[in-house]
Design a protein around this ligand. Structure first.
Ligand code: HEM
Length: 477
């Protein structure tokens, strides 16, 4: 009879060896611990599928299909790099909170030449802290500054009044004009009627188109034109700053906020100009997109529209005829605040952010490998039915209480949390005040907000407008 003991022992020690080997590789972050996914085609990977346009109030088929096949965190190959895509709210918060230490920003190289080397979005460490502090001082000085509030209200009124007698407006263009003029007036004391304001608006349009273009630095391409527009904008702002610094007559009327930037001795001229560019870039398109999304969603949500109008009628009722809005009025606009946040959740002004992993990072039961690109998708948690009841419904009332605010990240998070959120909210609230008191509107049936991946409107948000019977507005100051 064969003695089974040595065979059994050999088998057991073989199994133990395989177990230890597997354990070792798991500890060292062997590729089997990578999230599942698909690396797509050579070179372009899955970038085209990821960027394919879809309604901005949806996840899009690429993310829906990938999440249902591989889970909320999956691997892919995007923007020329192996990438971990995260549609997991907990992981997204972890990524953003650990920005400096584990997951620094990592915008694609072609965006660097358009943004410029001192852009806050690109710099890190002490330089980031220095430039960000200046921007935060500027924003703090702005949001409670009566001159800023009056400037925003006057521009809201003049934009809305310019529609007198019209039956249709291309709203997105109007919103961009309003938000850029608000920043130009407040930051550089440039009036909307000045030819320089139109010139800057035109240059900014060209500049911004560069962000969604092919990275070809060849004359005639959108990317090339954007880089040239940046050079021209930089020289306009350099000249304005130099003139302001030269003037020994003190700050020009309304120019106090620029003085916040000029008064910082530790900034070079190039850094100051870059701050101006960041404030205009950050403050203009995103805010215009959000106002437009609100107007689009309200056009299809009559109860929300009526509730919003009631809130603004109540604010106006207790004011004297022609009295301007102030900070106390803004604080009363609670439902307006709900509408703003619900439009951000439902419409997704910023769909995803760019980060990379500095080292292997273990999250739950998988590993994010060092050097890989990491994309936290902000829109994913907005439609997650485990976080929000009926996520496919525009419902501003879900923002009563503060439970919903813990489940979304529309302004990002961590050390790069958007510093301009309060400025955007004041501009939007004041604009909506005069809009809902003076007009009703309808959107066209074939109009819809698209994620390209930045929000755009199929027909520029063409609205049919009708003045209300009794308007409660006031004349410009
Ligand atoms: C609806 C309006 C807005 C939205 C949805 C928005 C969203 C965001 C998000 C998601 C980030 C984080 C980027 C990242 O982590 O990589 C960000 C950063 C930034 N935003 Fe905003 N933003 C808005 C309005 C504004 C306004 C009005 C300003 C300026 C007046 C502004 C200036 C900036 C700047 C300078 C940064 C860079 C911060 C840093 O890297 O430290 N934003 N914004």
């Amino acid at each position: 009879m064969v003695d089974l003991l040595p065979v059994t022992l050999a088998l057991l020690s073989g199994l133990a060896f395989v177990y230890l080997l597997l354990k070792h590789f798991a500890k060292e972050g062997c590729p089997s611990k990578l999230p599942h996914g698909n690396m797509g085609w050579p070179i372009c990977g899955e970038t085209l599928g990821f960027l394919k346009s879809h309604k901005s109030n949806s996840m899009g088929t690429f993310l829906e299909e990938h999440c249902s096949r591989y889970g909320k965190v999956f691997k892919s190959h995007l923007f020329g790099s192996p990438t971990i895509v995260s549609c997991d709210h907990e992981l997204n918060m972890f990524i953003l909170q650990n920005e400096g230490k584990l997951f620094p920003v990592d915008y694609p190289k072609p965006m660097h030449q358009i943004l410029g080397k001192f852009s806050l979005l690109l710099v890190s460490g002490d330089l980031h802290k220095k430039l960000r502090n200046t921007i935060i001082s500027f924003i703090r000085a702005s949001k409670s500054e009566p001159k800023f509030l009056h400037c925003v209200e006057n521009l809201s009124l003049s934009t809305i009044e310019s529609w007198g007698g019209r039956k249709e407006v291309a709203f997105y263009k109007e919103a961009k004009r309003f938000t850029l003029n608000a920043m130009l007036k407040h930051l550089l004391n440039i009036d909307p009627e000045e030819p320089l304001a139109s010139k800057i608006l035109e240059e900014f349009e060209t500049y911004i188109k560069g962000f969604v273009s092919l990275p070809l630095r060849i004359p005639g391409t959108t990317c090339f034109k954007a880089i040239k527009a940046r050079v021209r904008l930089t020289s306009i702002f350099k000249e304005i700053l130099a003139e302001r610094l030269k003037g020994d007559a003190g700050p020009a009327e309304g120019a106090d906020c620029l003085n916040v930037i000029l008064s910082k001795q530790n900034l070079s001229d190039e850094e100051r100009v870059s701050i101006v560019m960041d404030l205009l870039f950050g403050g203009y398109e995103t805010t215009a997109k959000l106002i437009s999304l609100i107007v689009y969603f309200l056009g299809q949500a009559p109860y929300s529209f009526e509730k919003l109008k009631e809130e603004h009628q109540a604010v106006r009722k207790i004011k004297k005829d022609g009295e301007p809005l102030n900070l106390e009025d803004y604080m009363k606009m609670e439902f307006t605040n709900n509408v703003i946040y619900e439009a951000m959740r439902y419409g997704n002004v910023v769909k995803f952010l760019h980060r990379k992993a500095l080292q292997d990072v273990k999250f739950k039961d998988f590993v994010i490998p060092s050097g890989w690109k990491v994309l936290p998708v902000l829109s994913s948690s907005h439609f997650d039915p485990t976080l929000h009841e009926n996520p496919q419904e525009f419902n501003p009332w879900r923002w009563n209480g503060n439970a919903t605010s813990k489940k979304v990240l529309p302004f990002g998070g961590g050390p790069r949390l958007c510093p301009g959120a309060d400025v955007a909210k004041v501009e939007i609230s004041f604009f909506l005040h005069h809009l809902v008191l003076n007009y009703r509107w309808k959107t066209k049936a074939d109009e819809c907000p698209l994620a390209l991946p930045y929000v755009e409107f199929t027909r520029g948000l063409l609205l049919e407008i009708e003045p209300t019977e009794k308007s409660f507005g006031r004349n410009p100051l």
